[in-house]
Write a protein that binds this ligand. Structure first.
Ligand code: CA
Length: 222
């Protein structure tokens, strides 16, 4: 496992490298954004830890550029909490974020979680919730349940990227194409109904998770 650390604070980068080496990860470190982008575009890595504020090219631009050609897992490291929605959204496309200041231990845990999530093939993961798009149904262990088109849209959108957090506006944009005005509460109520339906299939399982202050994510690791 080779992890790229793009971070211009030398001390922090060395500390991260130490922690990651202890967990048997290989690391490469870049302190300049422009050099990092050029190298990362041509050399494969298993995961990228990306600082937001960098000399040369900034982290957001790097992430956006990399997303044009690769699905490599990217964790953004940022002190700017107000940017998180954009970072995780479709515009930038990071897989996860960690807020500065963070503990290296916390970051290592996040790295492991993201690798676990991104390396599990979607269909083979967990208990195998199946989404039957053409029939607008969800199937689990032989049991099926009908869902509405809106519920189906929400589920398909989130399940395409397990673990990725969607805010309500992103979900609205995905499920309604006619630019209608939809309130956050409408999204919440559709999510609530969808959850109830999924509960009918498996009362123990929690597929749709609320992320406080941001939105929702799908995880199939029951
Ligand atoms: Ca920085």
């Amino acid at each position: 496992m080779k992890i790229a650390i793009v971070e211009d604070e030398q001390k922090l980068a060395s500390l991260l490298q130490d922690y990651l080496h202890k967990e048997s990860y290989e690391t490469v470190h870049y302190s300049d954004g422009t050099i990092a982008l050029e190298t990362l575009q041509s050399a494969p890595h298993d995961l990228i830890l990306l600082d937001l504020m960098l000399p040369g090219t900034d982290g957001m631009t790097i992430c956006r550029e990399l997303r044009k050609t690769t699905n490599v897992p990217i964790i953004m490291m940022t002190a700017r909490i107000e940017e998180i929605d954009r970072l995780l959204g479709l515009e930038v496309g990071a897989d996860d974020y960690i807020c500065k200041p963070y503990s290296p231990r916390e970051l290592v845990a996040r790295v492991k979680a993201v690798l676990r999530r991104t390396q599990t093939p979607q269909q083979a993961s967990g208990s195998g919730l199946e989404i039957l798009e053409d029939e607008a149904m969800v199937r689990l262990n032989g049991k099926t349940c009908e869902v509405t088109q809106v519920e189906l849209g929400l589920l398909v959108t989130m399940a395409a990227h397990p673990g990725r957090i969607y805010n309500r506006q992103q979900l609205i944009n995905r499920i309604y194409t006619d630019n209608r005005v939809v309130s956050d509460r409408t999204v919440d109520s559709h999510i609530k109904k969808l959850r109830q339906k999924l509960k009918q299939l498996n009362s123990e399982a929690e597929y749709i998770h609320s992320v406080y202050g941001i939105g929702y994510k799908f995880e199939d690791n029951q």
